[in-house]
Design a protein around this ligand. Sequence first.
Ligand SMILES: [Zn+2]
Length: 399
Amino acid sequence: MKLPTDPARNLAALIRCPSVTPAEGGALRTLEVMLKPLGFSVERPVFAESGTPDIENLYARRSGNGPHLMFAGHTDVVPVGDEAAWTHPPFAADVANGEMYGRGAVDMKGGIACFIAAVARHIDKNGGPKGSVSLLITGDEEGPAINGTTKLLDWAAAKGEKWDASIVGEPTNPDTLGDMIKIGRRGSLSGGVIVNGRQGHAAYPQLADNPVRGLMSLVDALLHPVFDKGTKDFQPTNLEVTSIDVGNPATNVIPAKATATFNIRFNDTWDAETIQAEIHNRLDQAAGRKKYRPGKKTSVDYELVWRDRPSHVFLTRDDKLIDTLSASVAAVVGKTPALSTSGGTSDARFIKDYCPVVEFGLVGKTMHMVDERVALADLETLTQIYERFIEDWFGQGLA
Ligand SMILES: [Zn+2]
């Protein structure tokens, strides 16, 4: 039987499965077919929670004597958008000018295709790694992410699974393959500020209480001064006001209420609790400044509401994992990758509670776009990097 050593062939099979969240689309079944001949035991647990669609996931393990490496990723993809705008159909895996087109080509069926090809080549040459390899693949990363990686990790850990290191195969390279390994992420937190006033005639402000004045002072306090100047490993903490809403259609009416929403990306100067406390403190101080409310004796009447759960900041410190991966990249592409904590959140934020985790995959330029595509040369390069990593990481035994 032919082993899945060709990443382009693996990827084409995956792209042809229309696995837009929450549909499995045949993608996990395709993975199972690839992994079984490599000696993996494969399970496909379905997780459910009321109010969300049931989601199928996959956990595959090839056991060996030595450390345990987990590769994590997702087979679900975002919707195709305007299908007519695609140069090649989004689920056909057409190749043109050395590039394969399809939804998920880089985010992130391509990364999975390369990792499986790397394991297959390693087994072909060496008969199997000196340890255990597992793939933890969810079908719910691009959607609500309720029945995906967190539940899959809990489920596997409850069965006694333990990992020594993990690579998430999300597209981490901004321009060319080998640019960047992600070794951590900033935390993220969203909230809303609601200022309550008293509705009235715009010509008689003394009879009303305009909440817009108060909201402007509070928003200003959220934006200034800067939270920090950044740290050795992280960019400065940043707050963006994402919406300001009054919803008042009349020009001669002072509205009763005004709201603002914001998102903060915070570095390791803070944790979710201390940044929340800082926000509260800034709002309280601004609310008490009378100059924003001429003639008013009371402070601004506001409520602060936190949206969703915070995602926590983390930084991976595992020399064996980071150095081995950096060296593998350098050996294959001839340059040392940057170690970065930039960008948005990913499932690495859940995995970090179980084992050291880094992220390294394809070039992210076309992810979520019309005409998402990957260079066949990049698929080959990433496969070689993963293969080199498997060889060297297992070659060192347990740290
Ligand atoms: Zn992704």
